[in-house]
Write a protein that binds this ligand. Structure first.
Ligand SMILES: Cc1ncc(COP(=O)(O)O)c(C=O)c1O
Length: 403
C-alpha cells in the first residue's frame, strides 16, 4: 500500500487535506450537491461560505453567460476599462458606507488581505500591524503572518516581521495600539475560531483607539460578509466605520474573487511611489466580476427579516438536540459545540454516509482551530421545502452522535 496514495494523487492531483472525502460531484443545483453514482448532499456549509446564494442561481449564471459572450481576459488589470468591473464596483459600493468609495478587485481572500496590509503601510507610512487572537486570514505568507494559529504558521517561519496580536474581546490591552501602528486587522465575526461574535463595546473601543493613534481599522469580511450574518456586511451589526474592508468567498457567486473597499484618497496611494503598488494579472477578471454582479443582485433581493425567522427556527431545533452542548449564531453563520472531536467526526461522516446509503445526506464541516465544534452556513436562498429537508438532514447527523 503506497503511503502517499490518496483519491487526489491517484488522479494526478495535489491536495493538502489528510481527510479527503473521496466523493465526486456530478452537478450542483440550489442547495444540493449531486454525487457521481447517485445520492445528494444538502450543502449546509455553502462550500465554506461561498455558494451562499445556492448553486447555479439563474441571475448569477445569466450574468456569467452575458459576459462570456462579450469578452474574457482582455489585458492585465488596470490598463483597460472593462464595463463589468465598473458595474460590479457600483453594485458593491451601493451596499457599503459612502466613505468606502473605491473597490480594488483581486483573485482571492488571501490576496485581498495582502493588498490591505500593503495599503495600510502606504497610507500611514508605518510598518507595525496588529492581528487578533483566533483570527484566520488566509494561507499566503502575509495573510498567514496576521493569522494567529501558531500550529499552522511555525513550519513557514520566518513570516512578516512587526506583527503582534491583541486578545479577542478585551479592552484593557488596547493601549498597545500606539502611533507606530499602521493597522489593526480583525475578522468582524471570527469564522475559523468557531463563529465567535464580538462585543460591540470592544469593537467600538478598538475603532476609537485606531482613530486616536492614526492606525487604520481593517475588517476581514471574507467569510462573515455578503449577507452571511443577516446584513450585507457584518460590521453593520456593530455600528463600525472601517477604513478598509476585505471581501471574497460569496462575493463571486461561485467565481474566484477577492476585493478591497477603501476611500478613493487611500486607494490612490497604490498608484505612486512606487506606481503599480499592487498588481495582478487576473484580478478583476471579467467573469469573476460578472459573478459578483449576479451575486450582488441576488443579495439585494433577500428578505432579511424572513431569513432571520428561518435561522431562529434552525437555532430552536438544533440547540434542543441532546448532542448539542452549545450553539453560536449570527444570522446564517452558526457553530454547534458537540463537546468532543469524536462527536464532530461522527456527525460529519454521518452526513456523507446518509447520502451514500439512503440517497440524501448533509454536507457538514469542521473548523481548522476548534476540534469540538462544526460549522453551518446554509444557503441564504432556497425554498421552504428544501430548507426544511436540509435542517432535518443535519438533525439526522446529530442523532448519530447522541446514539
Ligand atoms: C476570514 C477569512 N479570511 C481570509 C480567508 C482567505 O480566503 P481565500 O481562501 O480566498 O484566500 C478565509 C478563507 O477561508 C477566511 O475565512
Amino acid at each position: 500500500m503506497d503511503p502517499h496514495s490518496s483519491p487526489f494523487l491517484d488522479h494526478g492531483l495535489a491536495s493538502t487535506t489528510l481527510h479527503p472525502l473521496g466523493l465526486k460531484v456530478q452537478r450542483a443545483e440550489g442547495p444540493w450537491l449531486h454525487l457521481e453514482g447517485g445520492g445528494k448532499l444538502f450543502d449546509a456549509i455553502s462550500g465554506i461560505g461561498v455558494s451562499s446564494f445556492g448553486h447555479g442561481h439563474p441571475n448569477i449564471l445569466g450574468a456569467l453567460k452575458t459576459q462570456m459572450d462579450q469578452h474574457l481576459h482582455a489585458m492585465v488589470y488596470g490598463e483597460l476599462m472593462q464595463e463589468v468591473q465598473i458595474e460590479a464596483s457600483q453594485a458593491l459600493r451601493a451596499t457599503l458606507p459612502d466613505h468606502l468609495d473605491a473597490i480594488y478587485f483581486l483573485n482571492s481572500g488571501a490576496e485581498a488581505m495582502e493588498a490591505a496590509m500593503k495599503l495600510a503601510k502606504r497610507v500611514t507610512g508605518r510598518r507595525r500591524l496588529f492581528g487578533v487572537e483566533g483570527g484566520y486570514h488566509g494561507s499566503t505568507h502575509g495573510a498567514l503572518s496576521i493569522s494567529s494559529n501558531e500550529g499552522r504558521k511555525s513550519a513557514y517561519r520566518p513570516l512578516l516581521p512587526d506583527i503582534d496580536f491583541l486578545p479577542w474581546n478585551e479592552e484593557q490591552d488596547l493601549e498597545r495600539v500606539d502611533a507606530t501602528v499602521a493597522a489593526v486587522v480583525v475578522e468582524t465575526v471570527q469564522g475559523d475560531a468557531g463563529i465567535r461574535i464580538p462585543k460591540t463595546s470592544w469593537l467600538l473601543a478598538l475603532q476609537k483607539k485606531c482613530q486616536e493613534v492614526g492606525a487604520l481599522l481593517i475588517l476581514d469580511e471574507i467569510q462573515c460578509g455578503m449577507g452571511r450574518t443577516g446584513k450585507p456586511w457584518a460590521f453593520a451589526h456593530f455600528g463600525l466605520q472601517p477604513d478598509i474592508v476585505c471581501m471574497g468567498k460569496a462575493l463571486g457567486g461561485g467565481m474566484p474573487i477577492g476585493a478591497l473597499a477603501a476611500s478613493k484618497s487611500h486607494m490612490k496611494s497604490f498608484a505612486h511611489s512606487p506606481a503599480l503598488g499592487h498588481i495582478t494579472t487576473f484580478g478583476g477578471h471579467p467573469l469573476a466580476c460578472a459573478g459578483a454582479l449576479g451575486a450582488l443582485q441576488v443579495m439585494e433581493q433577500l428578505d432579511w427579516s424572513q431569513l432571520e425567522k428561518r435561522w431562529c427556527g434552525w437555532e430552536r431545533a438544533l440547540s434542543a438536540h441532546p448532542a448539542v452542548h452549545h450553539m453560536r449564531r449570527l444570522g446564517g453563520f452558526m457553530a454547534l459545540e458537540l463537546g468532543h472531536a469524536d462527536n464532530v467526526e461522527r456527525a460529519v461522516k454521518a452526513g456523507i454516509h446518509h447520502a451514500q446509503t439512503e440517497g440524501e445526506g448533509a454536507m457538514l464541516f469542521w473548523f481548522l482551530s476548534v476540534p469540538t465544534a462544526f460549522r453551518l452556513a446554509p444557503p441564504l436562498v432556497g425554498n421552504d421545502e428544501d430548507m426544511e429537508r436540509g435542517l432535518s438532514l443535519v438533525l439526522r447527523c446529530l442523532d448519530e452522535v447522541a446514539g
